[in-house]
Design a protein around this ligand. Structure first.
Ligand code: SER
Length: 337
């Protein structure tokens, strides 16, 4: 008999590393992880890790002959700045890669006779506000507002949300017999900040980079203006959001895609919080016009009232607690600062 398993793609990324720890401590279900890279530190005792490509159909087929996959956390993606250098590759990984996994989940749902749960981290990059005046006016956007992304990554995330929703509700809609659909659920994350990992290739990276540089005694040039404001979230809350959304009863959910957020800070406010912990830090501004334009197109805050109402979303960390209790103490330990 095939073993029931949870599949996590892109596990070597920031969210994956945090999610593994939480899932490994939470249940006995086999965790199968997939990434182009091996797991750091030689692996994890509770995880079967496969080094491979989400685009490799043979590999995916082999996985489903060995495991009955009940839940997929599909984290693999190229982030927004990285994607602008290789937009077609980004499309292949972010869209074709997601489509392949959705198809796998759809087939598995039919085969198993029950919905495979497909958990997808989407992003504030799915939004695109046309001007700073609009950003100031519509400063707390709801899921259906300003879905006009300016980046390849944002376009990819927005389209994959639609694909997920299609596979969840309308897949094979003209067939004589409706198949068992997969159960797609997505969160739109703000910028994420982890104490244990540093992001690579994102455009919200100035937040975490500022803090990690300060803790290492390195000077940092912030690539956006001091007044630039977007929402952020501490990594433990991001993991909580994924786990709580995955566990929510289907009957409670009124949407496929939910905003989630914790606190909204300007770059200057992040700098102040970093300086409070590391007063010697040297943080200057050297805005990069193109990356600035991307962050300017993202909302200043997210309206996450649907997530709060439907599945009880509530972040544990506001800015004070995130820096004071999670980020600064753990980062100090990490770098011996
Ligand atoms: N952190 C992501 C990025 O900057 C946004 O989801 O690309």
């Amino acid at each position: 008999m095939r073993k029931r398993a949870i599949l996590i793609t892109g596990v070597v990324g920031e969210i994956g590393q945090a999610l593994i720890e939480a899932l490994a401590g939470q249940n006995d279900r086999q965790l199968v992880t997939l990434d182009l890279k091996p797991l750091p530190a030689g692996g994890h005792p509770k995880v079967i890790h496969v080094v491979g490509d989400i685009m490799d159909d043979v590999l995916l087929s082999r996985l489903i002959t060995e495991y009955e996959i009940g839940t997929i956390y599909h984290l693999a993606a190229l982030l927004s700045t990285r994607s602008e250098f290789t937009p077609e590759l980004a499309h292949r990984v972010n869209v074709d890669g997601t489509l392949g996994l959705l198809r796998l989940a759809a087939e598995q749902s039919q085969w198993q006779g029950q919905s495979v749960r497909f958990i997808f981290p989407s992003s504030i990059a799915a939004y695109g506000l046309p001007s700073l005046a609009t950003k100031a006016r519509d400063n707390r956007v709801a899921e259906w507002e300003w879905n006009n992304p300016t980046t390849m990554y944002g376009c990819n995330k927005l389209y994959c949300e639609l694909l997920g929703s299609y596979y969840s509700h309308n897949y094979k809609q003209l067939a004589a017999e409706q198949p068992v659909m997969l159960d797609f659920r997505a969160v739109r994350f703000p910028g994420l900040i982890s104490a244990f990992t540093v992001p690579s290739g994102g455009t919200s990276d100035y937040g975490p980079e500022m803090l990690h540089a300060a803790a290492q005694g390195k000077a940092y040039e912030c690539f956006v203006r001091p007044d630039t404001r977007i929402p952020f979230m501490a990594m433990p809350d991001a993991v909580t959001a994924l786990l709580e959304l995955a566990a929510a009863p289907a009957a409670k959910l009124t949407r496929s895609v939910y905003n989630v957020t914790s606190f909204s800070l300007s770059a200057a406010e992040i700098r102040d919080l970093v300086l409070r912990a590391f007063p010697e830090a040297e943080i200057t501004y050297s805005p990069h016009s193109k990356r600035q334009a991307i962050v300017d197109s993202w909302p200043a805050d997210l309206n996450d009232s649907a997530a709060r109402r439907d599945w009880g979303w509530a972040p544990a960390y506001d800015a004070e607690r995130a820096f004071g209790e999670y980020l600064v103490p753990n980062i100090r330990r990490r770098y011996g600062a």
